[in-house]
Design a protein. Structure first.
Lengths: 386, 390
């Protein structure tokens, strides 16, 4: 059984991370994605060439171009541009995160004239116009601009940047993939495509939605280590063996279960801790009691006790655990794909499980490898000028 | 006239916290008609802080474009009836266990139904069914390993990253499944853990068989915490990877003294923000940048292929002129804080919209009950032996 987007064809004119990510997601859902690169490109510099490389190719290219066919098109050459436009005539979706699309010959009006059913999805950094409309939009810039750094880091510290600066890009890509899906829904009703835009500013805001809502509600956030601003107790505790365990109580039943499980049943009837609001208000006293309690037993003890009490807990894992972890394997949260050029690659498995139309991960294409095949297919397509 | 991409799509949500409510809220933003079914005192996020108009602030944003009805427990027969009428059922795994009519039977009774199950750890494996939350998902997926220092107290991402990512994936999956629902509904599973595992995809590829162990992706595990830099007028970050001549840049920044500093070798090797040695030369950059305003420093960096950007606090972000220009922050409707975020997609012909604010607990009991009563006969008649008790 094929994925839910089986039969949908996508023209993927994207680069760096956010755009390719979106098309990778759409490809995983079963669409045929035609990813465009320049001819004879240096593989080490693809997708900004962010290191490390894997067998000479930028890891970002491999990660964000799974589930695609690879085309080489030199859009500065009239013949190649015409080829691209003929391809777009056969596509359902156009995706890009490049800026000068009009100048490149891929502006909305031009493509709409070629294919009125085309769902045209564009990701930008800053939207159009405004004082920053022409600024570059990178993940780090957006992370700094959108204030997320100020709400994370060591307790009472300066705030910290997320060092794997990819998450605003990935979120932008996820919004762009959503735009594609919504565009296809709208087309089912209207018979026509449309222009849809998402911005990195919206993505950074969406990513922080709960915190920004709290800000709108009057909360001033500080870096709080492992603690949550809106709930308590909800943090990591240091266990007797020096290991950390994260414990999150976000409901009253979980609170009562925690008190029983850690041997502090008297806290259930303590007015200071009678509701989440009260516990947040008395967070310091509560955390002192619990820090002392958790320090008396090793983590393995707490894992067992909290599991039995059905209190949410989690412990820090790393790659070497995760790649063998029964929970990861059972749910396919890591996928292994075999490639001729790069050997076996690990990647994130599809984040959704569909019972009827399963998603899948396939390896990235060698840049340009499908160009000739696509030209031949096009020549055989009725109604498309050869 | 088609108003919204998903107008006419009927959604029942039995879900709490961030992930499930966000999935349903995005469906609502895109035009879906969302009925939020709450148990007893309601969604746990109603009790989170800060409280505005009797509900947690995040709750109000996560639950706009919905109507609310309460039931005593997940076993209330009204849920089966509502789901029998719906196109989509967004449900937390923990609450699904208590349903009077289980998910398989609900899907038999309503063959085009799309069921989206939200869980902590995924439907299979030793942790299936184990309760989870934001922090456990962040820790287990190693998302916290790009903050803080190894061995110290883990630091959580400031946002509810697992919850938001899972909400985004839940929405993708539901909209994808709806596209093919004419041929039959299906069950979808998304989880907090699985969502963060997917968000870290670049790392898994980089870890597969890297040519070298240094480099941006993998360095994020081992670098020291990175903080903002300080210009004369404000906090900043800068981009220096494409600076062609670092010595010329520091000369223009009037910080030639750094050439004689014993740390020059570190300073000149991968020195930028999130560089390998940035914690050891941070004070040198601060000393140089403090002579300039952000704008002045940016102009100097621009001449050498770099750039300097402001580093804003969250309240500065939401009032920034560019954010206002885009109208990312909007006036909210109904209860809760007076401001909210716009729907995240700008669709030219089927715009997403905020049509109502978050509901008060049980606010729409009478109108939803009326809907249930008027539809009851239809549901019982068409359900092949399952929902008779409903």
């Amino acid at each position: 059984m094929a994925g839910p987007l089986d039969g949908i064809r996508v023209f993927d004119l994207t680069m760096y991370m956010a755009g390719p990510w979106a098309a990778m997601v759409i490809g995983s859902l079963g669409a045929e994605v035609l990813h465009i690169e320049q001819p004879d490109v240096d593989w080490s510099t693809l997708n900004a060439g962010t290191p490390p490389l894997v067998r000479g190719t930028a890891s970002g290219y491999l990660a964000w171009n799974m589930n695609k066919r690879g085309l080489s098109v030199d859009i500065k050459k009239p013949d190649d541009l015409e080829f691209a436009h003929r391809l777009i005539e056969t596509c359902d979706v156009f995706m890009s995160n490049m800026r000068p699309l009009e100048r490149m010959g891929f502006g909305y009006e031009r493509l709409k004239a070629i294919n009125p059913r085309l769902v045209y999805c564009h990701a930008t950094g800053w939207g159009h116009g405004g004082p920053r409309g022409a600024d570059p939009g990178t993940d780090l810039i957006m992370s700094a601009f959108s204030g997320g750094w100020a709400m994370q880091g060591a307790r009472n510290g300066l705030g910290e940047f997320y060092r794997h600066a990819t998450q605003v890009d990935a979120t932008t890509g996820n919004l762009l993939a959503q735009a594609v899906l919504l565009g296809l829904h709208a087309r089912k009703r209207t018979g026509e495509g449309q222009h849809i835009e998402v911005t990195m500013v919206d993505a950074a805001a969406t990513m922080q939605l709960p915190r920004l809502a709290e800000l709108f509600g009057g909360m001033q956030h500080q870096p709080m280590g492992s603690s949550a601003p809106a709930t308590a107790p909800d943090r990591a505790f240091h266990c007797e063996d020096g290991l950390w365990i994260g414990v999150s109580v976000t409901t009253e039943p979980e609170w009562r279960s925690l008190c029983e499980a850690v041997g502090l049943p008297e806290l259930v009837s303590d007015d200071r801790f009678a509701s989440n609001r009260a516990r947040v208000e008395h967070r310091a006293e509560l955390e002192t009691l619990l820090l002392d309690c958790f320090a008396r037993q090793p983590r393995a003890y707490w894992e067992l006790v909290l599991s039995r009490a059905r209190v949410p807990w989690g412990a820090p894992l790393l790659w070497e655990h995760l790649r063998h972890h029964a929970q990861v394997l059972a749910n396919g949260y890591l996928a292994e794909v075999d490639t001729d050029a790069w050997g076996r690659l690990w990647t994130g498995g599809p984040p959704w499980r569909f019972s009827r139309t399963p998603a899948a991960m396939t390896g990235p294409p060698i840049p340009g490898i499908d160009t000739d095949a696509c030209r031949e297919e096009l020549d055989r397509t009725p109604g498309i000028r050869a | 006239v088609i108003a919204d991409a998903l107008s006419g799509v009927r959604v029942v949500e039995l879900s709490e916290g961030v992930a499930g409510p966000l999935t349903a809220r995005l469906l609502g933003d895109a035009g879906g008609d969302v009925v939020k079914v709450e148990i007893g005192e309601g969604d746990r996020a109603r009790g989170w802080v800060p409280q505005v108009d009797g509900a947690g602030a995040a709750f109000s944003s996560l639950n706009r474009n919905k109507r609310s009805i309460t039931v005593a427990s997940p076993a209330d027969p009204a849920i089966s009836v509502l789901v029998g009428l719906a196109d989509v059922f967004v449900v937390d795994e923990a609450l699904a266990k208590g349903l009077e009519v289980d998910l398989d039977r609900l899907m038999v009774a309503n063959p085009q139904l799309v069921v989206c199950v939200i869980s902590g750890w995924g439907p299979e494996g030793p942790w299936a069914g184990r309760p989870s939350a934001e922090l456990p998902a962040q820790l287990a997926s190693e998302a916290t390993s790009s903050l803080g220092r190894p061995g110290d107290e883990p630091e959580r991402l400031g946002t509810d990253h697992a919850g938001v990512a899972c909400g985004n994936y839940g929405f993708q999956a539901v909209t994808a499944a709806l596209l093919v629902a004419d041929a039959g509904g299906q069950r979808i599973d998304v989880s907090l853990f699985g969502s963060l595992m997917h968000m870290r995809t670049a790392l898994w590829v980089a870890l597969s068989n890297p040519d070298a162990w240094s480099g941006f992706h993998l360095d994020s595990y081992t670098k020291a915490p990175e903080h903002y830099y300080t210009c004369k007028d404000r906090r900043v970050i800068f981009l220096s990877q494409r600076v062609d001549d670092l010595k010329a840049l520091v000369k223009d920044l009037h910080m030639e003294w750094v050439l004689d500093d014993p740390r020059w070798d570190l300073f000149s090797a991968d020195t930028g923000v999130l560089g390998r040695h940035s914690d050891r030369v941070h004070d040198l950059w601060d000393r140089g940048l403090s002579q300039w305003t952000c704008e002045e420093a940016n102009a100097i960096f621009n001449r050498h292929g770099g750039a300097v950007f402001p580093c804003l606090a969250p309240d500065e972000f939401v009032s920034d002129p560019q954010v206002q220009h885009l109208s990312v922050v909007i006036d909210s409707m109904g209860n809760g804080p007076s401001r909210d975020l716009r729907p995240p997609w700008q669709m030219a012909s089927t715009p997403a919209s905020v049509r109502r604010g978050a509901p008060r607990l049980d606010e729409h009991r009478s109108e939803i009950t009326e809907q249930i009563l008027s539809a009851r006969k239809w549901v019982v008649a068409s359900a092949p032996g399952g929902t008779e008790g409903a």
